[in-house]
Design a binder for this molecule. Structure first.
Ligand SMILES: [Zn+2]
Length: 215
């Protein structure tokens, strides 16, 4: 084994422990179970969430993901009463990274979903929630943290693609929505369109730029 391979293996051991990334603040969620194939993690699903929608900075996301949200604390919470969900990671508006579920386990984030002919994306994906509102823009600090996290995940797992919840459950879900810049993410990562399939190609971007206003 070469020195660099040994160093990389040591780094993987110290940076990841049982599917928990050391650089994320851990908050354990009960909303997970076993993956049918623990070695089969191959997809990252990006979401957006804010509770109540459009309000940032409170603790309602952590409370929802740990089943400690007071459903009566806000009228909106009535509409999600009893929901038991969690992503693996949450990236706050500041870029702060939280981890709720070990990547070794199946977190309950995507629901009924399909990617490239395979059902149940939760089985083989990692869920990342960006604090935000679907359709609205996200912060530079969030893009930076997401790119750092995705690079780390791609070193640890055979990640084939990063997609949005709206792409794997198109009839039900619309997050992260039009305000999320897939081209920027692909550029930050220097990943190809195979891995960031919803990043518009250079020709699509040029066609949009040349389109007359109002079309
Ligand atoms: Zn979602």
């Amino acid at each position: 084994m070469s020195a660099s391979v040994a160093t990389a293996r040591t780094e993987l051991r110290t940076v990841w422990r049982d599917g928990w990334w050391r650089r994320a603040a851990p908050i354990e969620s009960p909303n997970h179970n076993a993956r049918p194939d623990p070695a089969g993690v191959s997809l990252v699903v990006v979401h957006s969430i804010s509770l109540p929608p459009g309000e940032y900075g409170g603790d309602a996301i952590e409370r929802l993901f740990t089943n400690t949200l007071d459903w009566d604390a806000h009228p909106y919470f009535q509409s999600i009463r009893g929901l038991e969900v969690s992503a693996h990671f949450v990236i706050r508006r500041s870029g702060k990274l939280l981890q709720f579920v070990s990547c070794a386990h199946r977190a309950w984030h995507a629901g009924v979903s399909q990617w490239r002919g395979r059902d149940n994306c939760n089985d083989y994906s990692i869920g990342v929630e960006l604090e935000g509102l679907e359709g609205e823009r996200f912060e530079a600090a969030q893009y930076r943290q997401l790119a750092t996290l995705l690079r780390a995940l791609a070193r640890r797992y055979a990640i084939e693609a990063v997609v949005g919840h709206e792409h794997v459950a198109p009839s039900r879900k619309h997050d992260p929505g039009r305000g999320f810049d897939w081209a920027r993410l692909a550029r930050d990562l220097r990943w190809s369109r195979t891995r960031v399939p919803f990043a518009p190609s250079a020709t699509t971007r040029a066609a949009k730029a040349n389109r007359p206003p109002g079309q």
